[in-house]
Design a protein around this ligand. Structure first.
Ligand SMILES: Cc1cc2nc3c(=O)[nH]c(=O)nc-3n(C[C@H](O)[C@H](O)[C@H](O)COP(=O)(O)O)c2cc1C
Length: 219
């Protein structure tokens, strides 16, 4: 494979790629942290400040929730799911056997990072560059996903395990109310993290040659 046995000019490049390869989905988490809360905060802050956005629109909004504040997210999700069960929209057995244990496993972690996009902030630039107007929303989501990936990878580099969840729109109203967040912040993803209590599952890779092509490479 082309990616093996190469030498980089900067050793940090190898380190970066090793961290990227090591990032996995961890579902078994406990409420302990291998690092200080300030170190977690600085990882998340860096993702807000330094991840790029189209036209430098800076559309991502992020909330870091630790310990009891983190647990509130999953209490909200549990309450919302129980509402769906009570309304007959989700089978009770499925909730009890699958969804509830999953939500309780998230709640057992140390923290959750909430990733939002402020699409409303794009109104002036959509007007200014009307030709790209329909591109700005997807660009904003792409930029948000870059922040998610950075935080996920950096937290795992520090000894956390993490998993990425999507309980929007089910939890949106209560999330906004609980932390008094601006109505224009549209929730996209929730990154749950904690000290791992189990290993990630096996991961199968589709053949790289079906997914990646190179042209013009020197021998
Ligand atoms: C955009 C995106 C959305 C995802 N959404 C969820 C999700 O809602 N729930 C979940 O448990 N995992 C979710 N995942 C995790 C993927 O299932 C996981 O990353 C993938 O199976 C590869 O496994 P790995 O993370 O261990 O490399 C998501 C991942 C990505 C990149």
């Amino acid at each position: 494979m082309g990616s093996t046995q190469v030498e980089f000019k900067n050793a940090a490049t190898s380190t970066l790629l090793e961290l990227v390869k090591a990032r996995r989905t961890y579902y078994g988490l406990k409420a302990e942290s291998p690092i200080s809360d300030a170190a977690i905060e600085s990882i998340v802050e860096a993702s807000v400040l330094h991840v790029p956005s189209s036209f430098n629109t800076q559309t991502s909004r992020v909330v870091l929730l630790l310990k009891e504040e983190h647990q509130k997210v999953w209490d909200i999700a549990i309450k919302a799911m129980e509402g769906l069960v009570a309304a007959g929209q989700v089978p009770k057995e499925m909730y009890e056997n699958h969804t509830k244990p999953k939500l309780e496993a998230f709640r057992a972690g140390y923290g959750t990072v909430l990733f939002f996009v402020d699409y409303e902030s794009l109104a002036p630039i959509k007007e200014k560059f009307a030709i790209y107007a329909d591109k700005f929303d997807p660009f904003a989501l792409e930029s948000n996903a870059m922040s998610q990936f950075l935080v996920w990878t950096a937290l795992e580099s520090e000894g956390f395990g993490a998993n990425l969840q999507h309980y929007s729109p089910l939890i949106d109203a209560d999330i906004q109310k609980t932390w008094n967040l601006p109505a224009s912040w549209k929730l996209d993803a929730q990154l749950v993290f904690g000290t791992p209590t189990s290993e990630p599952g096996e991961k199968v890779f589709a053949p790289i040659e079906d997914r990646f092509k190179v042209f013009g490479k020197s021998a």
